[in-house]
Design a protein around this ligand. Structure first.
Ligand code: AMP
Length: 444
C-alpha cells in the first residue's frame, strides 16, 4: 500500500516524499480514507504510531479541496492538544505536510504573550493547533471564532483529562458548530474518555492499532532492581559501562530532575533537565539541543516530556517509575518509533513494587529483571507478574529498616517527603466522569 492509493493529493504526496515516508503506518492506512470520507473517528493510538499524519494529512486535504476561504479571526480546523510542547510538535508536522498547499496554519498555547497570537489570528487560520486554556482565553477575547469550523481533532484526549482540562473542553465544545467532523485520538480508553467520545462523536469509526494499553512491541524493556539511594550511582555506572550515546531519562519530581542533572554535570556529563518550573523558552532550548545531539542526557518529568517526538531515540531510562501506570506507555513511546527498535530500562527499588505491578498489569507482561553486579539491592524488590499481584514475599527479608509497603497500595509513600510529584496524582485505575472532575493542572 502507498499513500497515493489512500487517495492523497499530489502536493501532500510530494511533501511525504521529501520527508521520506514511504509506506503508511497501520493507523494512517485506516484513518486517512475514513477522514477523507467525512467519518468521525475514535482512535486508540499511542504516540509513535504515526497518528499525527493519520489525522493531519486527510485534514489538510479536506481543507484544500472543500469549504470556503477562511474569514478573519476564523478557523476551519482545530487540533486540541494537552501541552505546549505537543502543540509545537504537531504544528511542525502540519507545517511540513502542508508545505505545498495554500493553507494558513498556526499554533497557540499558554505561557507566552497572547498579543502576537491575537495579531496572527486576525487574518484567519485554516488549521489551528491549540492547548485548551489559551484557546478559551482567545475565544473569550473574540480573537477566534468557530462559525467556519468544519473539523475538530482531540489529540491525546486522555492526557487532556488527566491534566484537568475537562471544564475547558466543555466550554470549547459548547462554542463549536454542531455540524462538524470530530476525530478523537487517545493512547488509553478509560470510562471518562468513552463518555467524552459518546458526547462529541457521531457514529465514529473505531480504530485500534495496537492492543489496548499495550506498549509498542518494538521496544525492548527490562528492569534493574536497585536500592533507592544507589540509583544515581547505578545510572552513572550503566552510562559508562554501556557507553550510552543519548538517553532520555524520566524522574518523578522536579527536585529529582534537578538533583540528577546536577550530579551528572558534576561528573562532567553533558546533561540538562526539563520540568514544569522552568520557563517555556528554557525547556524548548533544552529539547532542541537534545534533538540536535548537543546534549547527551535529557532528564524530564512526565508532564514536561509529554508528546516529545525525538527521532531515532535508542534508549529511555526510567530513573523512577511513573505514579500513573499509563505514563509508562507514554514514556517508552519515545523510543522504538515508526518501526525502529528501542530499549526502555527501569531502575526499580523496593518502594516501587506496586507501581511496577500496576505497569505489568496494564501492559500485560512481566518485565524481565537484570540485576547489575555490585548493585544487587539490600531491600529486595518483591516478585511481580502481569496479573497485578505481588506474587512472592522478598526472598531474603533482611529486616527492613522501614516497612516498604509489602503489597499494600499506598500512593503517598511513593513521593518523597518535601517533594511534589510533577504528574498529577491520578490513581492508576481511574473512573473520572467526563467534564466535571479530575485534578486540575493548567501549567504543564
Ligand atoms: P507520531 O506517532 O505521530 O508522533 O509519529 C511518530 C514519528 O513517526 C514521527 O517522527 C513521524 O515523522 C514518523 N512517521 C509518521 N508516519 C510515518 C511513515 N509513514 N513513515 C515514516 N515515518 C513516519
Amino acid at each position: 500500500m502507498t499513500f497515493a492509493t489512500l487517495g492523497l493529493i499530489d502536493p501532500l504526496l510530494r511533501a511525504l516524499e521529501t520527508l521520506g515516508y514511504q509506506t503508511p503506518t497501520p493507523v494512517q492506512a485506516q484513518a486517512i480514507p475514513a477522514v477523507l470520507g467525512g467519518r468521525d473517528l475514535m482512535a486508540a493510538a499511542q504516540t509513535g504510531t504515526g497518528k499525527t499524519a493519520g489525522f493531519a494529512l486527510p485534514l489538510l486535504q479536506l481543507l484544500t479541496m472543500e469549504g470556503p476561504k477562511v474569514d478573519s479571526n476564523s478557523v476551519r480546523a482545530l487540533i486540541l492538544v494537552p501541552t505546549r510542547e505537543l502543540a509545537e510538535q504537531v504544528h511542525e508536522s502540519v507545517r511540513q505536510y502542508a508545505e505545498y498547499l495554500p493553507l494558513r496554519t498556526y499554533a497557540v498555547y499558554g505561557g507566552v504573550s497572547i498579543n502576537p497570537q491575537m495579531m496572527k489570528l486576525r487574518k484567519g487560520v485554516d488549521l489551528l493547533v491549540a492547548t485548551p486554556g489559551r484557546l478559551l482565553d482567545l475565544f473569550r477575547q473574540n480573537a477566534v471564532k468557530f462559525s467556519q469550523l468544519q473539523t475538530l481533532v482531540l489529540d491525546e484526549a486522555d492526557r487532556m483529562l488527566d491534566l484537568g482540562f475537562s471544564e475547558e473542553l466543555k466550554s470549547i465544545y459548547a462554542a463549536l458548530p454542531k455540524k462538524r467532523q470530530t476525530l478523537l485520538f487517545s493512547a488509553t480508553f478509560s470510562d471518562a474518555i468513552r463518555q467524552l467520545a459518546g458526547q462529541m462523536l457521531n457514529d465514529p469509526l473505531s480504530i485500534e492499532v495496537s492492543p489496548r494499553n499495550v506498549a509498542a512491541n518494538t521496544v525492548k524493556q527490562w528492569v534493574v532492581p536497585v536500592d533507592k539511594k544507589r540509583k544515581p550511582e547505578l545510572f552513572s555506572h550503566l552510562l559508562r559501562k554501556n557507553r550510552w550515546k543519548q538517553v532520555l531519562v524520566f524522574a518523578k519530581t522536579r527536585n529529582g530532575v534537578d538533583a540528577l542533572v546536577e550530579k551528572l554535570q558534576g561528573q562532567g556529563v553533558n546533561a540538562d533537565g526539563i520540568h514544569g518550573d522552568k520557563p517555556q523558552a528554557t525547556r524548548q532550548r533544552a529539547l532542541d539541543r537534545f534533538k540536535a545531539s548537543e546534549i547527551q542526557i535529557l532528564v524530564a518529568t512526565d508532564v514536561a516530556a509529554r508528546g516529545l517526538d525525538i527521532e531515532d531515540l535508542p534508549l529511555v531510562v526510567n530513573f523512577d517509575l511513573p505514579i500513573v501506570a499509563e505514563d509508562y506507555i507514554h514514556r517508552i513511546g519515545r523510543t522504538g518509533r515508526a518501526g525502529s527498535t528501542g530499549e526502555a530500562i527501569s531502575l526499580v527499588c523496593a518502594d516501587e513494587v506496586n507501581l511496577l505491578s500496576a505497569i505489568e498489569m496494564l501492559t500485560r507482561q512481566t518485565l524481565k529483571r537484570h540485576e547489575e553486579q555490585d548493585f544487587e539491592p539490600e531491600h529486595r524488590v518483591p516478585e511481580t507478574d502481569a496479573s497485578g499481584q505481588v506474587v512472592k514475599k522478598p526472598k531474603k527479608p533482611k529486616k527492613p529498616k522501614t516497612s516498604s509497603g509489602g503489597g499494600k497500595r499506598n500512593l503517598g509513600k511513593w513521593v518523597d517527603s518535601g517533594e511534589v510529584a510533577e504528574a498529577p496524582a491520578v490513581k492508576p485505575v481511574r473512573k473520572v466522569p467526563a467534564f466535571n472532575t479530575g485534578p486540575r493542572k493548567r501549567k504543564p
